[in-house]
Every structure is written in structure tokens, then in C-alpha cells.
Design a protein around this ligand. Structure first.
Ligand code: PB1
Length: 325
């Protein structure tokens, strides 16, 4: 009986050709595994490029439909909408307005692309003039008062046609509050994708440029997770699952692949990972400078996130990836 070592075992036999490598690959990735984030802008022209996110535009409602249709034709089956309102105030009033920009985009998308899964970000930071993810009590984000605002926002999204609402605020108890409000409104079938393990990350910088949503003072470390913690992510996911989350998310993605793996193994839930704006911008910037092959880097990052256990990947590179896969 030959022993299982060189020269009987030659690992390179299975790497010799592209066909052999395809035959034995362990991770599969398809366009339908990707969720395409989109900025719906109530303020101006059809398309406004985001300087720190090459290839990403803020889009009017009409342009969102056009962009979503192109993505759908490339195999993408889900979008995640972020609203950029025409006005902002202390309580984020435009967040739950029936004629808000996200609500209008939902109706237009539902009409134009009935088979596209419509996911909406539920949070106040894009709608408040102070940029925090909730309403304030002095300089503190008031957790329980914010729950009411988030629940109202989620219900307004569900009523406008959202299939899934995605609370990204990191307030305690928000999944349970949103679930109860949706059910109370007769929206039992609207699912919740919770940003359950969301870290206080520097990698959100470009997004805050795009959404003008940087906090006017302080930071988000009083509600988003400490990047040094891992067990805390397990506790957060357990809480959100118990409160009614249908899908759970880790964010950012590449800096937290250990967390993706732990959560998938521990909970066996549909698990998403969000390749955030800073992760996207790093690859695009290095590619633009010729420091690395951006196309190959996008694909490698996406496979790594998928291999770590993510069933779904939220990525601004969704269309580029869909054209490659
Ligand atoms: O791509 C990104 O950076 C996503 C940013 C993310 C959107 N859910 C949040 C980042 C932040 O804390 O500013 C917005 C929080 N609701």
C-alpha cells in the first residue's frame, strides 16, 4: 500500500490545467449570490459620480431603474437601496415619508422589474442633519426613541414594495421592534436582513462621502461593534435571530472573514457579508494606479468572502463581477 506522501501524492496533479482546477474547485460563485447597493438621490441630476468610489454614481429614481435593469440583465437578482433625501433634519423625517426617495424608487422598481429582490437599508444616518444613526438625546443616540423611527421607516419601505428591510443602525432591540411593527401593519411577509455583526469601521469612509452621512460630532463606537471583539458578534447574531432576523450580515467583509465563518458554522442561517465602500475603493484605487489587476482582485476578494461562508455578498462591484463569472 503506497504511503500518502510524495512522490505517491502530488498535489499539483489537480492544478495542472484550468479544466482540472475547475473540476475540483470547492467554492462556487454566481451573479445571483451578489447584492448590488445603489444610492437613490433626491437632489439632482440623473447620475452624480462618487469621487471616492470610482464607477459608483448617486442615481435619480429614473436612473436607478435603468441601472437595476442593466444589472438584472447581467444576472444580478437583488439590489440594496440607500436614500439620499432632498432635506435632512434632527429626526430624519424623510426616512419614513410615503413620498420619500426610497419609497418612490421602490414603486418604480417594483413596476419595472417584478422579479428583482428589493432590499432597503433601514437607518437614520442618511436622513439626519447630525449624521448619527438615530435620534439624539443631547450628544447620545437615544436607543429606544430611535426604535420607533426605524420601525416607521421599515413599515414605509414594506408598504412601498420592499421584499426585505435591512436595519444597519446597530440599536439594541431594533430587529424585534421592526418585526413587530411590520406584522402590526400586515407586512408579515417582508423579511429582515439584519446587519447583525457590524463593526465600527474606518472602511465606511467613502460611503459617508457618497451619502453625506458622516457624524457631525463624535463617532459610531457607542453603537457599532468594537473591531477587537469576536465573541460579541456571536451574541449579537443570537439576539437578532431570536428577535426575528431572516438573514444575518457581517460588515465589513474582508477584515472579518473569521467572523463570517464563526457565524455560518454556529447558526446555519442565510449569511451575508458586505464588502463596504472602503474595501471597494482600495481595490479600484490600486487598480487605477496599475499597482494590481483590479478585475482579478475583485474576483479573489469575492471568492474569499464566499469561501469563508457568506451565502450572499453585498458589493459595489456586483456588475463587474457578474460580467466576469
Ligand atoms: O459601503 C459602506 O461603507 C456601507 C456603510 C454603511 C451602510 N449601511 C454604514 C456606515 C456608517 O457607519 O456610516 C451606514 C450606517 N447606517
Amino acid at each position: 500500500m503506497p504511503d500518502a506522501s510524495f512522490p505517491n501524492v502530488r498535489s499539483r496533479r489537480l492544478r495542472r490545467t484550468a479544466a482540472m482546477r475547475e473540476l475540483v474547485r470547492e467554492t462556487r460563485l454566481e451573479a445571483s449570490d451578489l447584492i448590488y447597493p445603489m444610492f437613490v438621490d433626491d437632489r439632482g441630476p440623473p447620475r452624480t459620480p462618487v469621487a471616492s468610489m470610482p464607477g459608483v454614481d448617486r442615481l435619480s429614481v429614473e436612473a436607478v431603474v435603468e441601472e437595476a435593469r442593466a444589472a438584472f440583465d447581467e444576472g444580478i437578482r437583488a439590489v440594496l437601496l440607500f436614500g439620499l433625501p432632498a432635506s435632512k433634519d434632527a429626526r430624519g423625517s424623510r426616512a419614513d415619508h410615503a413620498e420619500g426617495v426610497v419609497q418612490r424608487a421602490l414603486r418604480a422598481l417594483r413596476d419595472a422589474l417584478p422579479d428583482l429582490v428589493l432590499i432597503t437599508d433601514v437607518c437614520l444616518c442618511e436622513y439626519t442633519d447630525h449624521g448619527h444613526c438615530g435620534v439624539l438625546d443631547g450628544e447620545t443616540v437615544a436607543n429606544d426613541a430611535t426604535l420607533e423611527r426605524l420601525a416607521a421607516q421599515a413599515v414605509s419601505h414594506g408598504a412601498a414594495g420592499a421584499d426585505v428591510v435591512a436595519p444597519s443602525d446597530m440599536m439594541d432591540g431594533r430587529v424585534g421592534a421592526i418585526r413587530a411593527a411590520l406584522d402590526e401593519a400586515g407586512l408579515e411577509d417582508v423579511a429582515i436582513l439584519s446587519y447583525a455583526a457590524k463593526y465600527a469601521s474606518v472602511f465606511y469612509g467613502p460611503f459617508r462621502d457618497a451619502a453625506d452621512s458622516a457624524p457631525a460630532f463624535g463617532d459610531r463606537r457607542g453603537y457599532q461593534m468594537d473591531v477587537r471583539n469576536s465573541d460579541e458578534a456571536i451574541r449579537e447574531v443570537a439576539l437578532d435571530v431570536a428577535e426575528g432576523a431572516d438573514i444575518v450580515m457581517v460588515k465589513p467583509a474582508l477584515p472579518n472573514l473569521d467572523i463570517v465563518r464563526r457565524i455560518k458554522d454556529e447558526f446555519r442561517m442565510p449569511t451575508a457579508a458586505y464588502q463596504v465602500s472602503g474595501e471597494y475603493a482600495m481595490i479600484e484605487a490600486a487598480g487605477a494606479r496599475g499597482w494590481l489587476d483590479a478585475g482579478a482582485a475583485r474576483l479573489e476578494a469575492a471568492y474569499a468572502i464566499r469561501r469563508a461562508g457568506a451565502d450572499l455578498i453585498v458589493t459595489y462591484a456586483a456588475r463587474q463581477l457578474a460580467r466576469t463569472l
